[in-house]
Design a protein around this ligand. Structure first.
Ligand SMILES: Cc1cc2nc3c(=O)[nH]c(=O)nc-3n(C[C@H](O)[C@H](O)[C@H](O)COP(=O)(O)O)c2cc1C
Length: 187
């Protein structure tokens, strides 16, 4: 697939087949993610691959509970109260794979670096017929020290990007983009 086509056609996928992604493919996608640029070439990412239907469903429930408990501190989340209160919502959409991209906080640019690695991951996946979606709802709980300990992530790492992967069960949705705001200056 042409790069430009992948950029234009990639969509966040929210309906997946249950087919697993071979480990070799996941490794290849992570290797491509790591070709992202990073400040001072620090490459501060730490990839955690989580699989297992039951575990991911439980993680979704824990993530929803975490956000609902903290609604008071995060007013912007109020819009999502009804959604997050729905016991049937799996925030990971039953995708077979969750990649958590943690960044080393000692690297000044770790948030930027890990975000770019996430986009590389999503575009590389799309190129191979694999759908993805960044799951911001997972950031709170999967970023807690307790969860980091559960997955043996070193304490100097913070969660930047939770990204699900899987084979889409439906054709891609039509994308929507606003007109870009831009000004050119030639002085
Ligand atoms: C930082 C970030 C957080 C996001 N969090 C969620 C999420 O929790 N759940 C979800 O379904 N989509 C989430 N998305 C996906 C966006 O909704 C999606 O990228 C946007 O609607 C544009 O659609 P497209 O990716 O298909 O082009 C997130 C995207 C980003 C970049």
């Amino acid at each position: 697939m042409e790069l430009v086509e992948a950029i234009r056609r990639r969509r966040s996928v929210r309906k997946y087949k249950s087919d697993p992604i071979p480990e070799k493919t996941v490794r290849e996608l992570l290797e491509l993610a790591a070709w992202a640029p990073s400040g001072m070439n620090s490459q501060p990412w730490f990839f955690v691959v989580v699989e297992g239907k039951e575990y991911l469903k439980d993680l979704s429930d824990r993530s929803k509970a975490f956000l609902l408990e903290r609604m008071g501190e995060m007013p912007a989340l109020e819009t999502y109260r009804a959604l997050l209160s729905n016991p049937d919502l799996n925030i990971f959409y039953s995708a077979p794979v969750l990649v958590l991209i943690y960044g080393n906080t000692n690297a000044f640019t770790y948030v930027n670096d890990c975000s770019m690695a996430a986009l590389n991951l999503m575009l590389s996946a799309w190129d191979r017929g694999i759908g993805s979606c960044w799951i911001g709802f997972a950031r709170g709980f999967c970023g807690t020290p307790d969860f980091r300990d559960e997955l043996k992530v070193p304490p100097e790492y913070e969660l930047v990007a939770p990204v699900i992967l899987g084979y889409p069960s439906d054709p891609p949705a039509k994308g929507v983009r606003k007109e870009i705001k831009v000004t050119f200056h030639q002085k």
